[in-house]
Design a protein around this ligand. Structure first.
Ligand code: NDP
Length: 287
């Protein structure tokens, strides 16, 4: 058996902020699997060429982040059911032969579901508001629906994209036979909508310090407001929800859990996530 460390990385643009190297290096130490994991900046116009070079140098797997998840989907011929449902790939799996087709998977959905479970959040029969209709929203809609909430409303800045997401989703297997799926534009958000049990912010608004505009009636004291974004301080969306009595959570746990699923796809070993959660949280608080 080779003792050379196996080569992995995360590819994106920008990428220097990524915490994936710290997460995967911690998983590697924990499981005793020798590997390298680096952050790779791909020029916006040469995702495929950068991936090809990485594979030619012996790379065995990549996590993919903004803005390349759709290009990663197109790069693969072999795609998991989860990737097909999401229409986006965040994990690339390569064989030793750089000419062999790459396999693409999407671990965002399972990452969110494991984090919700970690926080003790039950979804069966609940009312969910999903904000955003980009790659992350696509990745989580299937697993959310499979958890049998009563209904899911997808609200997006561009209402047509939200409607298309629902239509695309309706073409697949149909757990939604018992889940009502609706879509609207944020600007047309129904003013008489009663409070939701769970609001998931899957927009990238938090990255620019913005908060999707919603009527205050969408949340009450029992509402959980989950932002997929995370940072050194609560996001504007989290502050907005907390100020109205809701429980606000960030996406740090989702990040760790989606990384654990990628690690499992590559190594066949599921790492423990508790230690990494604590380590990242401490790092964020100290920065
Ligand atoms: P995309 O670029 O694919 O989609 C962005 C979405 O955000 C679109 O629906 C877009 O609406 C909406 N949007 C952007 N700016 C605003 C705004 N100012 N107000 C309202 N809506 C806005 O991004 P992703 O789906 O890949 O990522 C979304 C977020 O989720 C990011 O913050 C990302 O960091 C986070 N994420 C976190 C993960 C984790 O593990 N914690 C994993 C994956 C993503 P429109 O269609 O109208 O342009």
């Amino acid at each position: 058996m080779s003792t050379h460390p196996k080569i992995y990385g995360v590819i994106g643009n920008p990428i220097s902020h990524s915490r994936s190297p710290l997460i995967h290096q911690t998983f590697a130490q924990q499981t005793g699997i020798p590997l390298t994991y680096s952050a790779i900046l791909a020029p916006l116009d040469s995702f495929a060429a950068t991936v090809d070079r990485f594979r030619a140098e012996g790379g065995l797997g990549l996590n993919v982040t903004v803005p390349f998840k759709h290009e990663a989907f197109a790069y693969c011929i072999d795609r998991s059911e989860r990737a097909l449902q999401a229409g986006a790939v965040n994990t690339l799996i390569f064989s030793q032969d750089p000419q062999a087709p790459a396999r693409g998977d999407n671990t965002d959905g399972v990452g969110l579901m494991r984090d919700l479970a970690y926080h003790g959040i039950e979804l069966t029969g609940k009312r969910i508001l999903l904000l955003g209709a980009g790659g992350a929203a696509r990745g989580v809609l299937g697993p959310l629906t499979a958890a049998h909430p009563a209904n899911i409303l997808v609200a997006n800045r561009n209402g047509e994209t939200a409607k298309q997401l629902i239509l695309d989703f309706g073409a697949g297997p149909k757990p939604q036979d018992i889940v009502t799926l609706c879509a609207c534009a944020l600007a047309d958000f129904p003013r008489d909508e009663v409070a939701f049990d769970l609001i998931i912010n899957a927009t990238s608004a938090s990255l620019s310090g913005e908060c999707p505009s919603l009527p205050d009636t969408v949340l009450q004291g029992h509402t959980i407001a989950y932002d997929m974004a995370y940072g050194t301080a609560p996001t504007v969306f989290m502050d907005w929800a907390s100020a109205r009595g809701a429980r606000a959570l960030d996406g740090l746990g989702m990040l760790v859990e989606q990384a654990a699923e990628s690690f499992y796809l590559w190594q066949g070993v599921y790492p423990q996530t508790e230690l990494v959660r604590a380590r990242l949280r401490a790092e964020l608080h100290s920065s």
